[in-house]
Design a protein around this ligand. Structure first.
Ligand SMILES: Cc1ncc(COP(=O)(O)O)c(C=O)c1O
Length: 483
């Protein structure tokens, strides 16, 4: 087929290769288990197999598609694989993938309403749907950012704006006497501190609060820290509580922290990137009690709601402050409708933004609220089952409560081993588990203890996968004992 003068693909070719690609994806999903979850590559292998420069002449689409199998697949860690139990997995559902395709085709840029009325308004509507599912009140305004790190960065920027409106004009350098401080537990995600670095607060601007025996931030210690800081010329301005910490999925005492923040007039941001999805279950809502009094919340549907990465749902009860922190409108972006619409560029650092709400819309409609609840409930059941197996095994130890769908544990081959010895044994066990590339687990270290993590939040993981993973872990654990 002859290319048009623009050089782009003719419609018929697009149809042909589009069908071919969809067939390839359908087969990929159907046969995902035929691939090992981890690839067998070394650093540099993939780059080394690719040409050093772009081709001078255009290439045939057939060759480009063939190279997916030849050059890309060998370097793929399959996040969609049901045996992916590392980190917090992100799994792409069929409707989510189709929405991604459509979003690419539309290629809208929803910086201002005028440029993308449907995307701007769909985002408001589906963020409202999700808000209701999470049990949050109507005064939470929702906006989508790319990831949890970006959402938290926006929350802290808004908190800084609330702390002193002069920051906007003078910047931190212009206010040397204002020493801002925020508070997180020692289990908070690194993205919070990273946001502090970006926002000029520095690492000294972040104070870490110890946790209790279930790895939850201690409100009494938080109060003490705030009191001490106030009498030492610090200006406390923000607390970030976590609902589902990355290491152990502990949930900070949200209601108590919210009450403290209200009394101290501090912005409360809740990082529920992973855990928030569980709030769509009425029986789990109590874990989040009090989050309706926070100033902002982030939940990542790309973690546990079967939306292809990336999509982070950010909510705030103070959109005007968020807007004050970020809005800067040059003449060329002014429109007639400015007074009556939401222009999304006013609520963040991004100007150009893509049509992410489409995939949330597709997935929520395809699964329905009931379907979403059923899947998340099943993951919670599987985690409880896995925890029970760990508890029943004499040579394993569970190292944290399991409020959500992740289990932290370790192998204890003999009594009397030191922490260092246990770490070495378990690190080598993890290496062995992953080396067969059939299952993928990851680790963490909390209060000096090395732990293996089994995170069960992948759309495709069923009981048979979790059971097989446990057998695989036991087999390797006991083999390390014999070596
Ligand atoms: C609790 C928590 N917060 C924030 C993040 C960062 O999210 P993102 O990767 O979307 O930036 C993670 C990632 O795992 C997380 O577990």
């Amino acid at each position: 087929m002859k290319k048009p003068d623009t050089g782009d693909m003719p419609a018929e070719s697009f149809r042909q290769y589009g069908h071919q690609l969809i067939d390839w994806i359908a087969d990929y999903f159907a046969a995902i288990e035929s691939h090992p979850v981890l690839p067998q590559v070394h650093p540099g292998d993939i780059a080394g197999s690719l040409p050093a420069s772009a081709p001078e002449q255009g290439e045939a689409m057939q060759d480009i598609l063939a190279d997916i199998e030849r050059l890309i697949m060998p370097g793929m860690t399959h996040w969609n694989h049901p045996d992916f139990f590392a980190y917090f997995s992100s799994s792409a559902s069929g409707p989510g993938v189709l929405a991604e395709l459509l979003s690419g085709a539309f290629n809208i840029n929803s910086m201002v309403w005028k440029a993308a009325p449907a995307a701007t308004e769909l985002e408001q509507v589906v963020m409202g749907w999700l808000r209701q599912m999470l049990g949050l009140p109507e005064d939470f305004f929702g906006i989508i950012y790319d990831g949890g790190s970006a959402s938290t960065l926006h929350a802290i920027a808004a908190a800084r704006e609330q702390a002193d409106a002069d920051f906007r004009a003078k910047g931190l350098a212009g206010m040397p006497d204002k020493r801002l401080r925020m508070y997180i537990s020692d289990q908070a995600h690194s993205s919070v501190e990273k946001a502090a670095l970006v926002l000029g607060l520095g690492r000294e601007g972040v104070r870490t609060i110890p946790v209790d025996s279930a790895f939850r931030m201690r409100p009494d210690m938080l109060q003490q820290a705030i009191n001490a800081d106030r009498s030492n010329d610090w200006t406390p301005f923000c607390v970030v509580a976590t609902a589902g910490t990355t290491s152990t999925t502990s949930i900070d005492p949200i209601a108590e922290t919210a009450a403290l923040c209200r009394d101290e007039n501090l912005w409360l941001h809740i990082d529920a990137c992973y855990g928030g999805a569980a709030a769509i279950l009425p029986e789990k809502r109590d874990l989040f009690r009090g989050w309706e009094f926070s100033d902002s919340i982030v939940v990542n549907p790309h973690k546990w709601m079967f939306i292809p990465i990336d999509l982070s749902a950010f909510y705030t009860r103070k959109p005007d402050i968020l807007r004050r922190a970020f809005s800067l409108i040059p003449e060329y972006l002014r429109t007639q409708e400015d007074g009556e619409v939401i222009n999304q560029m006013d609520y963040g650092i991004q100007l150009g933004r893509r049509f992410r709400s489409l995939k949330l819309w597709f997935v929520l409609r395809y699964f329905g609220q009931e379907g979403m609840r059923a899947r998340i409930r099943e993951h919670l059941r599987l985690a409880r089952l896995f925890a029970q197996w760990v508890d029943e095994a004499k040579d394993f130890e569970r190292l944290a409560p399991v409020p959500l769908s992740t289990v932290c544990f370790r192998y204890i081959p003999d009594d009397g081993l030191s922490e260092e010895e246990l770490e070495a044994r378990n690190a080598s066990l993890l290496q062995r588990i992953n080396s067969e590339r059939q299952f993928f687990l990851s680790h963490t270290k909390v209060q000096g203890k090395y732990m293996l993590r089994m995170a069960i939040n992948n759309l495709r993981s069923e009981e048979k996968h979790v059971r097989a993973a446990w057998q695989h872990i036991c087999k390797h654990a006991r083999a390390t004992r014999d070596t």
